[in-house]
Write a protein that binds this ligand. Structure first.
Ligand code: PGA
Length: 249
């Protein structure tokens, strides 16, 4: 496993047309004149993966999908397999994002099957976990995240390149973030659960924080012990903002 360097990944969600690729050019030029201290990736909608991969070719910017189907092929109208993402030029894929868990009824079991499929296609999965506000207020954040880790990470991840993203649902797109102490507490619990599930070999696998990461809070969040990078939504849409976060790593 190559990992221990931080990973800053952008999730464009359902945003971006061909014209948005100018943001990749902005980012690419900046990273070529001053290399990043972290790994960098962007996950555009599926329609842009191939074009973004071409725009990023030869640069340090990796391209990822936002979801994939667990099956390799078949009668699944509208879905995309891991091999299709890979074929389009992706090297990573976000899985189990809360917008998929909540909006599409994705369970831990399904996320685990998707992670296995992603590995099988040569993609690096970024598996997302995180508690709702109600769960946080009920004092259940650590327990919820721990049980998501135990059930969403397939055993085949041991020894492979992947990442986990801790994204409190209530912090996504809201401008709210947990305190640095709360982030550290959950990240430590995630690490412990990962080791329990997959063994001590995953000690260097990055655990990203996601949820309202912006250029002005990125450096302090990325400096928290056990924070191995960031998964960034809104602030990844503009190259200049995303660069500000990358520079904080
Ligand atoms: P946000 O989204 O940065 O816009 O809060 C994060 C995410 O959903 O990954």
């Amino acid at each position: 496993m190559k990992q221990s360097v931080k990973l800053v990944a952008g999730n464009w969600k359902m945003n971006g047309l061909g014209a948005s690729l100018t943001e990749v050019e902005v980012l690419r030029a900046a990273l070529e004149s001053e290399p990043a201290a972290c790994r960098v990736a962007l996950c555009p909608p599926a329609t842009l993966i191939e074009r973004m991969a071409r725009a990023a070719a030869g640069s340090p910017i990796g391209v990822g999908g936002q979801d994939c189907r667990a099956e390799t092929h078949g009668a699944f109208t509208g879905d995309v397999s891991a091999a299709m993402l890979r074929d389009a030029g992706a090297t990573l894929v976000i899985l189990g994002h809360s917008e998929r868990r909540q909006g599409h009824g994705e369970t831990d079991l399904l996320v685990s099957a998707k992670a296995e499929a992603a590995l099988g296609a040569g993609l690096e999965p970024i598996v997302c976990v995180g508690e709702t506000l109600q769960q946080r207020e009920a004092g259940q954040a650590v327990d919820v995240v721990r049980s998501q880790i135990m059930a969403s990470l397939p055993l085949v991840l041991a020894g492979r390149d992947f990442a986990v993203a801790y994204e409190p649902v209530w912090a996504i797109g809201t401008g709210l973030t947990p305190t640095l102490e709360q982030i550290e507490e959950v990240h430590r619990a995630v690490r412990a659960a990962m080791i329990e599930r997959l063994g001590p070999g995953i000690a260097a696998t990055p655990i990203l924080y996601g949820g309202s990461v912006k250029p002005d809070n990125a450096a302090e969040i990325l400096a928290v012990p056990e924070v191995g990078g960031a998964l960034v939504g809104g602030a990844s849409l503009r190259g200049a903002d995303f660069l500000g976060i990358i520079r904080g790593a």
